[in-house]
Design a protein around this ligand. Structure first.
Ligand code: CO8
Length: 256
């Protein structure tokens, strides 16, 4: 098992903790692979009733690993296993809860939005900052935002890359539960234990019913986004966006 992911069974709840604290738990391929495998196993394991995903330390996840993205080209999209990992993470039958503290950005926000229930600390910071790197979210983040908080707010987050607080995410209907700072994991655990006492088959079908009205409608849009994300990997703007992030300066985008 990867050192990037901590796993723990607490009765019927499987807790998966993203663990790259030095990189704000950025989702590199190793971490995504481990997470996808652990989630698939938990989904197939009759002893597990609920999955809980959280970040170690003070943050959930600051997105895909920018150092990996820096070297990716559009052609990598043909061989990159991450597409499959995301697919696995987004097709689980059992209830998934995400507990969000601190930064929850980019692919980290897409992961949190893929969860069925989202517990956010009121001072958490959520957003899709990919646009500032000359990219777009590649795992369905903008479709989910549009379906959840509407066109205007999805445009605002997608085009500006600005962050919102956990309180705003809750007020906008993006998060299902709000906690005090530092309490998201504990509150998510209480929720997970409650769900674990529920009827598994009915939960599975209730989840499927909600997804049929939200996510399932956007499958084609998500595939487009993934392809468009991969296209942008070859742009000069992406190289400039990542260079600017590393140099801690403002990017000079040229539309190339
Ligand atoms: N990738 C890799 N390393 C990161 C990332 C990241 N996303 N975020 C932070 N780090 C690293 C920093 O480089 C730094 O490393 P070091 O100490 O070695 O210099 C360390 O974590 C701490 O970061 P900061 O010093 O910047 O910490 P701050 O507390 O000042 O700021 C922030 C934290 C606000 C999170 C800041 O680091 C930041 O803006 N990070 C980038 C956020 C971002 O742009 N995320 C989007 C990435 S692109 C993406 O997610 C595309 C998803 C596509 C998914 C589908 C395709 C598979």
């Amino acid at each position: 098992m990867s050192e990037c992911l901590l796993t723990e069974h607490r009765g019927p709840v499987k807790i998966l903790t993203l663990h790259r604290p030095d990189a704000r738990n950025a989702l590199n391929t190793e971490l995504l692979a481990a997470l996808a495998e652990a989630c698939r196993d938990a989904d197939d394991d009759p002893a597990t009733r609920v999955l809980l995903i959280q970040g170690s330390g003070e943050h959930f996840a600051a997105g895909a690993d920018i150092n990996e993205i820096a070297d990716k080209t559009p052609i990598d999209g043909l061989t990159d296993p991450r597409r499959q990992y995301w697919q696995s993470l987004q097709s689980l039958r059992k209830p998934v809860i995400a507990a969000v503290e601190g930064y929850c950005l980019g692919g980290g926000c897409e992961l949190a939005l893929s969860a069925d229930l989202l517990v956010v600390a009121d001072d958490a910071r959520l957003g899709q900052p990919e646009i500032r790197l000359g990219l777009i979210p590649g795992a369905g983040g903008l479709q989910r935002l549009a379906a959840t908080i509407g066109r205007a707010r999805a445009m605002r987050l997608g085009l500006t890359g600005e962050q919102i607080t956990g309180q705003q995410a809750f007020d906008w209907g993006l998060a299902s539960h709000l906690s005090a700072p530092g309490q998201a994991g504990a509150e998510a655990m209480v929720l997970a234990e409650k769900l674990a006492r529920g009827a598994p088959l009915a939960q599975q079908l209730a989840k499927a019913a909600v997804l049929s009205a939200t996510d399932d409608l956007h499958v084609r849009g998500r595939q487009h986004s993934r392809s468009h994300f991969e296209q942008l990997l070859g742009s000069a703007d992406k190289a400039e966006g990542i260079a600017a992030f590393r140099d801690q300066r403002k990017p000079d985008f040229r539309g190339q």
